[in-house]
Design a protein around this ligand. Sequence first.
Ligand code: LLP
Length: 421
Amino acid sequence: MDHFLYRDGELFAEDVPVADIAAAVGTPFYLYSTATLTRHYQLFDDALDGMEHMVCYAMKAASNQAILKTLADLGAGMDVVSGGEYARAKAAGVPGERIVFSGVGKTRAEIRAALEGGIRQFNVESEPELLVISEIAASLGKTAPITVRVNPDVDAKTHAKIATGKSENKFGIPIAKARAVYAEAAALPGIDVIGIDVHIGSQLTDLEPYELAYRKVADLTEQLRADGHNIRRLDLGGGLGIPYTRSNEAPPLPSDYGALIKRTVGHLGCEIEIEPGRLIAGNAGILVSRVIYVKEGEGRNFLILDGAMNDLIRPAMYDAHHDIVPVVEPDAGVEQQPYDIVGPVCESGDTFAKNRMMPPLRAGDLVAFRSAGAYGAVMASEYNTRPLVPEVLAKCDQFAVIRQRPDFDEIINRDTIPPWL
Ligand code: LLP
């Protein structure tokens, strides 16, 4: 459920007409709903009720500080995967004790910054990384709380580019090697082994892979405890999928997922962490764009928008589907027609949808890409020297620009011409 609904024939973000924001900000822009972000966070928090837990938002999904602060004020922790994300979470006011550091290639500088600024735990992804964390922590006279990310060799049944839990993926330590790595970790200076981490992929629409993975984690917890480790926290990753179409998709609910967690690992008495990103931010954001031209092609009509693949890469990168709706609600019974919906970027990959049935649209009309809140703005670029797309946050009848559209000078002045030219 989200808070982008038609009222009197017009699309609203909560209590604000989307067209008013477009008039004030220009297009394209991302628009988020505070109520939807809040609701989705709350669903996870409620799903884990009765267990000691922390919902650590995977901020890679949408990392604007206004979004981070909205969630942190509700009690969320953050899952970060780079020094930049760590710094951004801190800047948004998230204390280090609520920040989990994931990622397969943490650099020395990133590890040092997190140890100095405070960290809830590192999710360690390899033995070399473990040694580096130990060395840096010991040299700073600190202790690094760690989990080891295990790779359970489970098929997440999702898009190949976003599956992470098979042995062929670069992520984690093979679960069969885990006991040896924990023994090594326990003997190292500057390391406090606190738990286990697992994350098997993104946009999971079936709970079965979670069930398989979490049962393996439960078994491993018991083995590691028998080996003498004080396993007291389980980070179960993120990845729960969202509906991208309004029609027939019904992925599992956070409450089903919470029940699964209780069923598979609840008996262990561990504190539970989860790292959802997409389910919190995905349907809490839309991309608003304007039709520049309607072009008649050979046997097809192109809807040429002012938004492009640099603003929303998911269709080009993952063949992802986003519902695209007109901001002015079509009259009931209006006949739909097929369009190829494209952006102005100079490559054919800049296509959002082919043969998409839409009500008739004209130059100047506004459209909204639904389910664009996660992995939308964060994956945007300035390809074709198109300004990085701005972001707006709505709350009830208010809205605020939370990232300005840069002007051309800001973009161009980042380049430096060397003295020999
Ligand atoms: N934890 C870890 C360690 C992750 O790698 C990820 C996502 C998450 C949590 C959050 O997963 P979520 O709940 O958002 O599914 N750009 C792609 C998605 C990449 C996901 C990468 N890792 C897309 O647009 O579909």
